[in-house]
Design a protein around this ligand. Structure first.
Ligand SMILES: Nc1ncnc2c1ncn2[C@@H]1O[C@H](COP(=O)(O)OP(=O)(O)OP(=O)(O)O)[C@@H](O)[C@H]1O
Length: 271
């Protein structure tokens, strides 16, 4: 039960999603019949241990990985949406994304506007405005003339986030968006997400930083290719589910008005 009762409150509805990865003998089932409703206008974080299937699920929700079962976006099956329409409604920031290193930061961010542009038409003033807004939001504006390949890992991640923001989609899916970001820029990312949600956007993020994930409205907890819990981030049952999938190697505490997850050291056994 997700507590989401009407279709207009649901941005993404995933029903019975199963996915296999690998080839031949190495092929393995990675998702086992996952069903999930993602609340519209809220931020949902997906958490779980390494190999739980978080990225695979996010790729299925984005429609970029073959799977069985159905994924609907605002009530429309994804496979019925023309690619451009889907790309306008659903922005994607993947993990370790490849992007042309020779392109300037400006051009990389402008790639986010492709779903809005007519074939071979030059970018419109709306495209320019969206790209500038996105680059400023991620503090990447100063580098707009630099080639992407000349940036550090964290700087590059901020440009790729800008590209996703420039789409101005209703739904934004992000896989480990905090990778390489220093703590101040993690806080800036949090502010960007909170502003998007305040404007009515839907955000879904896979996060390893559990303290950051706890800022989300809702959390999806995964283990071994299944969702073990889906609930409000400030709910004790959600905290218990998170601790459970991490084998009680983390503890969630209230600190200075927010939830913080602390790793627990393994206790040495003495004989
Ligand atoms: N190309 C592949 N071929 C075969 N198995 C794969 C492939 N990619 C991933 N897997 C396996 O699928 C499972 C789920 O991977 P996935 O990347 O979805 O997990 P995750 O929860 O995002 O993990 P992490 O937290 O480590 O990023 C893992 O057991 C992984 O080994």
């Amino acid at each position: 039960m997700t507590g989401l009762d009407t279709i207009k409150n649901i941005a993404i509805c995933a029903h019975s999603i199963s996915a296999n990865l690998g080839n031949g003998l190495a092929k393995q089932q990675v998702l086992h019949g996952v069903s999930l409703d993602i609340a519209a206008g809220q931020w949902t974080s997906i958490v779980g241990p390494n190999g739980a299937g978080k990225s695979t699920l996010l790729r299925c929700l984005a429609g970029v990985l073959p799977h069985s079962g159905t994924v609907s976006l605002f009530g429309q099956p994804l496979q019925n949406l023309p690619n451009r329409e889907r790309a306008r409604q659903l922005a994607w920031l993947g993990q370790n994304e490849a992007s042309a290193d020779d392109l300037t930061v400006w051009d990389v961010a402008m790639l986010g506007r492709l779903p809005h542009q007519a074939w071979l038409a030059p970018p419109s003033s709306a495209d320019h405005a969206a790209v500038e807004q996105a680059l400023r939001a991620t503090q990447a504006w100063e580098w707009r003339s630099r080639p992407l390949g000349h940036l550090s890992g964290g700087e590059r991640q901020r440009v790729l986030l800008a590209r996703a923001l420039a789409v101005q989609a209703q739904v934004l899916l992000m896989d480990e968006p905090l990778a390489n970001l220093d703590p101040p820029h993690q806080a800036d990312w949090l502010a960007v997400v909170q502003a998007l949600v305040a404007q009515g956007s839907t955000v879904v993020s896979v996060l390893h930083e559990i303290s950051m994930a706890l800022h989300a409205d809702r959390m999806v907890v995964m283990a071994q290719g299944r969702v073990t819990h889906h609930g409000a981030s400030n709910d004790a049952s959600t905290h218990a589910a998170v601790a459970e999938v991490f084998e009680h190697r983390i503890a969630i505490h209230a600190l200075a008005g927010q939830w913080v997850a602390l790793p627990i050291m393994r206790r040495e056994t003495t004989r």
